[in-house]
Write a protein that binds this ligand. Structure first.
Ligand SMILES: Nc1ncnc2c1ncn2[C@@H]1O[C@H](COP(=O)(O)OP(=O)(O)OP(=O)(O)O)[C@@H](O)[C@H]1O
Ligand SMILES: [Mg+2]
Length: 483
């Protein structure tokens, strides 16, 4: 029934290898010798530092070394062209059948759990991304960080932990990387040692390989979450207070230009996405990203994704190109996923010329630092403009900087909400409206603190009121911490 997924003739034979020490069967001395030899060969292929501590461990290692043989056999036996049309159930059965035959030929006996585990891994190996697959399917994992074949870290609930996932060796890891990047028509090798891509499920993927990655390929995956965190979730998780949420609603709805600033993995994109929920349903929103991560809920959204140059160095479409084109597409608002280069010039211009209500993120550690980053980006874009002119452009373009941060205990918090109020001489003036006040550190590493207003009333309160967002005055009151 499954022969159509199998190549007509596969005569490849694999030498028997002993894996089942508990197997009770009469064996002749010569057989025993052959088996001992084969078992020794398997032992030699196991890395020296992973010396088995007990029988179970030893067995696991032998099984591991078998997997690559069986996988090779699978690739030789399966008719890869027919796989696309097969259902998952058919494929699983076929893989299990071929694997079982191979195990029989190799004279290997496995427990039913081992068999199940093996078939599952082989399925992931053939159809998915091998050892990464269980991590990709694990909803609690946010980030996957691979440092060479033997070290895979994951981020759960804001904390990094070493997983027990490993790759067989460098080649195994490279094969999985190749599988990912070739699926999007890219290549990664010595002459082109780093690459960005998007996995089929939308996750953001970056890899860097030898010789630039010294100890073996480095891979980072930001998992794509179908269910994005909304404003309510973020308030519930303690990312910001209800008062701040009220204020942010008014800020977005009344079209302030907003920058979400923060360090890497601090929750910038998540915050930007959540803020976008306050955009009205009748507005035309265009989003521009290097890797499409944003998921706006509005009905009228145009999504753009920049593109790197192809192998001949041609065909690049930068965020700046997208942004310039977007301005001709009659947007009410423009959202740039992350401003990191020359597109800053067009972004500021857009914010200054009728596309108010635009939003972006930048990589910076405070609101003040964020302004310096913008200045640097403008300077790098080669714009011959005196600093004062650059500052006044930034000062009139940006209304609000929202600073997010990942704290030591793994929680992500909005550390500060700062309004830009204008210029005094050459200095951009700002006022902080809300902040997270750190109180201390508990013994278990939890950061203690609370959100409070600074007591300053928003410079935009009149605008909010005029446009129907008459915020209650108490949200600007300082909070007295409970002792
Ligand atoms: N307040 C939060 N509570 C719990 N998880 C969060 C929170 N904010 C973000 N996350 C999760 O943290 C991860 C990183 O978030 P996000 O992608 O928004 O960060 P980022 O600052 O944009 O990262 P990068 O610098 O890599 O672009 C995501 O998996 C996201 O779901
Ligand atoms: Mg991001």
């Amino acid at each position: 029934m499954f022969a159509r997924y199998r190549k007509p003739s596969t005569t490849h034979k694999i030498q028997p290898v002993e894996v089942a020490p508990e197997r009770s069967k009469q064996q002749s001395p010569t057989e025993l010798q052959a088996r001992a030899k084969a078992a020794a060969a398997v032992q030699r292929s196991v890395p020296a530092r992973a010396a088995p501590t007990d029988r179970a461990e030893q067995r696991k290692q032998r099984l591991n070394s078998l997997k690559s043989d069986i996988h090779k056999r699978l690739l030789e036996s399966l008719n890869l062209a027919a796989l696309d049309r097969a259902s998952e159930a058919e494929l699983r059965t076929e893989i299990a059948t071929i694997a079982a035959e191979t195990l029989d030929e190799m004279d290997v006996v496995l427990t039913s759990d081992e068999r199940k585990g093996l078939y599952q891994e082989l399925y992931y190996e053939v159809m998915g991304l091998g050892p990464l697959e269980p991590l990709l399917q694990d909803e609690t994992v946010n980030d996957i960080l691979v440092n060479g074949p033997k070290q895979v870290f994951v981020e759960r609930a804001g904390k990094l932990e070493l997983s027990d996932v490993t790759f067989r060796d460098d080649r195994h890891l490279m094969r999985i990387i190749d599988k990912i990047v070739s699926a999007v028509g890219r290549r990664v090798d010595e002459s082109n040692p780093y690459v960005d891509a998007r996995l089929a499920d939308g996750s953001r993927f970056n890899a860097m390989v030898r010789p630039i990655a010294v100890d073996g390929a480095l891979v980072s995956i930001r998992k794509f979450k179908k269910e994005k965190l909304g404003i309510d979730d973020l308030v519930r998780f303690g990312a910001f207070s209800e008062e701040m949420a009220l204020y942010l609603e008014a800020a977005v709805a009344t079209r302030l230009n907003i920058i979400v600033s923060g360090g890497t993995g601090s929750g910038k994109t998540t915050t930007l996405n959540a803020l976008s929920s306050f955009i009205g349903p009748s507005e035309r929103v265009l989003t521009i990203e290097d890797t499409a991560e944003l998921q706006l809920q509005q009905p009228h959204v145009g999504r753009m994704e920049s593109r790197p140059a192809n192998m001949e160095g041609k065909g690049a479409v930068t965020q700046r190109d997208c942004l310039r084109n977007a301005l001709r597409m009659r947007p009410d608002r423009i959202i740039v996923g992350e401003t990191r280069g020359e597109e800053v010039v067009d972004m500021l211009q857009a914010m200054n010329t009728g596309h108010d209500g635009s939003m972006t993120t930048i990589h910076a550690n405070s609101a003040r630092d964020g302004i310096s980053r913008l200045e640097n980006m403008v300077a790098m874009a080669g714009l011959e403009m005196p600093l004062k002119a650059v500052r006044s452009q930034i000062g009139s373009a940006v209304n609000l900087i929202v600073q997010v941060s990942r704290l030591h205990d793994g929680t992500r918090r909005m550390m500060s909400v700062t309004e830009i109020t204008g210029m005094e001489g050459e200095v951009i003036t700002m006022q902080e409206i809300f902040r997270f006040e750190r109180v201390g550190l508990l013994e278990d590493g939890t950061v203690e603190g609370y959100f409070t207003a600074t007591g300053l009333r928003s410079a935009f309160s009149e605008r909010f009121k005029r446009l129907g967002y008459d915020l209650p005055a108490h949200i600007y009151n300082e909070v007295t911490p409970r002792r």
